[in-house]
Design a binder for this molecule. Structure first.
Ligand code: MN
Length: 742
């Protein structure tokens, strides 16, 4: 039986082992202070409570943390569990130590009642965000580790709950901080309670085969040692270990294998002085054993995001047993085992104020890495350290993640817009607060709602920090206050219009309103006013768009008028020519896009989408309002005389292909086939044989087994088009090849 005093002396010895300048008198007085304050308190195993803080300090000392960390570890439960106060600790042991103890206390007070998967990352971030000083979280992890080591005295329900928390929150944090040793111990201890059957099976099998394993490992160790001695690589240490139960468990689970089938149960480490020695050792190992291809990883050249550095390789030993070898320097090893803590040790003596500088080395270490994970790691540290987020609880215990400076309004809308819209009051940690109250990490927020609520006020949009809340408030105004919005929007729009020298009458004329509405993308003017009213569109933007559209309409009208006058002139000339019994020779004028429009020069020409004519087709033109002449195929249903609206009669005009046609014209084909595999390839082949470009392709299949291809292609003329249509028609299963029209 080890006495409390003996345990404490062991701690002192550990501290002396790495920190000769530690103030052991002060550390002892912290120990005595804690022992006194915890008084008669007992652990569940029947030992005095003070053994717990001593053990936590022991773990912290094994991480080689500074004296302040040791003091804080010894005192970590004083504020929470005894009549000691922050002020008292600050007076006796300094403000820094009191701050760390206070930080650990706050983390201890966080109660997790939700265990949903998506909550876990938020919880981890919350713990980070709450730990201003990295030592807070390091001590909290040490605290949890000791509690897990002594978990057997707890009730089964508590064991499961704590094990789950440890697996989901603390082990990942330990991993993120590069605390490999603590991470695997936390995982193994959690597994013991989360899946006792599997844990027992793995440990039993490991125990049973222990002798066999030991023999294998010492043989490999000897072989490597002998060769290293031959090559006189100085100060090399070689040792082997069997992988940890949780890492075996994970592999069995992920690879669906039994323990016997697992690849690498064994891991060897070779520690050397220098990086060149690492690569030398790698050469030696690969010389003795056959390496497995694709298993070599160089984490020295490319460290892992959590700063881990090592060479990894997997080899096959005698009897075909595979094993992993990790090769690294002693310095890397310290960082791999203790991560952030090791760096903390290096940093000792260089005191800087403020949080940011403390993390400078993390950024320096990581910024040259291209690894995406690394970036994520930097980001999550930034998020945590520069606090652009705040984490609060719902009364149910869910963590809600909001931007820093968020208020109860942001909280309410992040739960549901109905909560925000009916909010009449807010409570934080049980006390009523104003709507502009700034939330803090760990706050429990409760929203009071009422059916009689008036809804949000426009001021809320200024108070809310999250864009989510602001947009939901805007939505509410859009829906609930339509009349008000329309009136407000109209007033604002009309004054803007006046500013541009326009009147409302100018835009409401029946021949301009439709295209104006189209330009601003609203069905009616009221809708546009409403949008301006609730803030979805600014009145300047709306008025500018309307002005642009008006200018466009006026220009188009002027052009259409010119075209009509010209058409009338041409008709008159034709009539005069006929009366003079002269042959009706259409005067060829300058062509546009390979089209000559009778009697008109320089007019805009476009090819109608409905029938997409190509040179060689018989064509006819139609004078549109504002967009020049649209050219159709003569056989297009839209160009049939029967189809002509009387008022448009005078707009149909003769057009013809000129001699200077362009190289290619866009047109379309529709191919109807009985569906089969390979159709697409055959059609594509036909296209390329005929040197036709495909610009677009669209297939849909019908339920009765047909496939209909819509092809957009470019051809030189109707001859080439006919050729390609014939080619396609020859393909088996093709039923019909059409040129769509109408
Ligand atoms: Mn504790």
């Amino acid at each position: 039986m080890v006495t409390v005093e003996e345990r404490y002396e062991h701690l002192e010895k550990t501290i002396r082992g790495y920190n000769i300048s530690a103030d052991l008198a002060q550390i002892r007085s912290a120990y005595e202070y804690a022992r006194e304050h915890h008084g008669e308190q007992m652990r569940r195993d029947g030992s005095p409570y003070i053994t717990h803080p001593i053990h936590v300090a022991q773990i912290v000392a094994e991480m080689r943390l500074d004296s302040e960390s040791i003091l804080a570890a010894l005192l970590h439960d004083c504020i929470e569990d005894t009549d000691s106060t922050y002020e008292d600790i600050a007076k006796r042991f300094g403000v820094t130590v009191a701050d760390i103890v206070d930080g650990v206390t706050k983390l201890t007070r966080v109660k997790y009642s939700s265990m949903e998967e998506e909550q876990m990352e938020n919880l981890r971030k919350m713990l980070f965000a709450m730990s201003r000083d990295i030592r807070v979280i390091l001590i909290k992890i040490a605290d949890r580790l000791h509690n897990m080591r002594t978990m057997e005295y707890q009730t089964p329900a508590k064991q499961k709950k704590k094990a789950f928390e440890t697996m989901e929150i603390y082990a990942p944090i330990a991993h993120r901080l590069g605390l490999a040793k603590m991470k695997w111990e936390l995982e193994d201890l959690s597994l013991k309670y989360l899946d006792p059957v599997a844990y027992d099976e793995i440990s039993r099998k490991l125990e049973k085969a222990a002798q066999e394993h030991d023999q294998f490992m010492s043989r490999v160790q000897e072989d490597i040692n002998d060769r290293l001695a031959e090559l006189s690589i100085p100060h090399a240490t070689v040792y082997g270990r069997v992988k940890h139960p949780y890492s075996i468990y994970r592999k069995m689970y992920l690879q669906e294998k039994t323990m016997e089938e697992l690849y690498d149960l064994f891991a060897f480490r070779v520690l050397v002085d220098t990086v060149p020695d690492c690569y030398n050792v790698l050469g030696v190992v690969h010389d003795i054993y056959k390496p497995i291809l694709g298993r070599f990883k160089d984490y020295i050249a490319t460290p892992k995001p959590n700063m881990y550095q090592s060479l990894h390789t997997t080899c096959i030993g005698e009897e075909g047993i595979p094993f992993e070898v990790q090769i690294r320097t002693y310095d890397m090893h310290a960082i791999n085992e203790y991560g952030v803590a090791a760096h903390w040790k290096y940093k000792q003596g260089i005191k800087k104020e403020g949080g940011e500088a403390d993390y400078e080395w993390i950024r320096r270490l990581l910024e040259n890495q291209e690894d995406a994970d690394a970036e994520e790691f930097i980001h999550s540290l930034k998020v945590d350290m520069f606090a652009d987020e705040v984490f609060v609880f719902t009364p149910r215990g869910d963590v809600i993640n909001l931007p820093a400076g968020a208020t109860p309004i942001d909280f309410a809308y992040s739960i549901h817009s109905a909560i925000g819209n009916t909010m009449v009051g807010a409570k934080v940690n049980g006390r009523m607060v104003g709507f502009d109250y700034q939330l803090h990490n760990g706050d429990v927020v409760e929203i009071n709602t009422s059916k009689a609520a008036h809804g949000p006020s426009r001021d809320w949009m200024k108070i809310a920090k999250s864009s989510e809340a602001r947009s939901k408030i805007r939505q509410w105004f859009k829906r609930e206050r339509r009349e008000e919005n329309i009136a407000q929007g109209r007033a604002s729009f009309e004054s803007e219009l006046k500013h541009l020298g326009l009147t409302v009458a100018q835009i409401t004329a029946p021949d301009v309103l439709p295209s104006i509405l189209k330009r601003v993308s609203f069905q009616t003017l009221d809708e546009m006013y409403a949008a301006i009213g609730y803030g979805g569109l600014t009145s300047q933007k709306a008025a500018n768009r309307v002005r642009d559209e008006l200018l466009h309409i006026n220009r188009a009208a002027a052009m259409a008028k010119a075209a009509e006058e010209a058409a009338a002139k041409a008709a008159l000339a034709a009539k005069a020519a006929q009366e003079a019994k002269q042959p009706n020779m259409p005067r060829k004028v300058k062509s546009e896009k390979g089209i000559v429009v009778e009697g008109l020069s320089n007019c805009l020409v476009k090819f109608s989408k409905c029938c997409a004519p190509v040179p060689g087709d018989e064509i006819v033109g139609f004078i549109t309002r504002g967009y020049g002449v649209s050219v159709h195929r003569k056989d297009c249903p839209n160009a049939q005389p029967g189809h002509h609206v009387e008022a448009n009669q005078g707009r149909w005009i003769k057009v013809s292909w000129s001699d200077d046609i362009r190289d290619s014209y866009a047109t379309a084909l529709e191919v109807v086939c009985k569906d089969r595999t390979g159709l697409l390839v055959d059609i594509s082949t036909a296209m390329s044989t005929c040197k036709v470009n495909v610009n677009g392709l669209n297939v849909h299949t019908t339920s009765d087994g047909f496939a209909i291809f819509h092809l957009t292609i470019s051809v030189t003329d109707s001859k080439q088009l006919e050729q390609v249509m014939r080619k396609i028609h020859q393909i088996s299963n093709v039923m019909k090849v059409n040129r769509p029209a109408g």
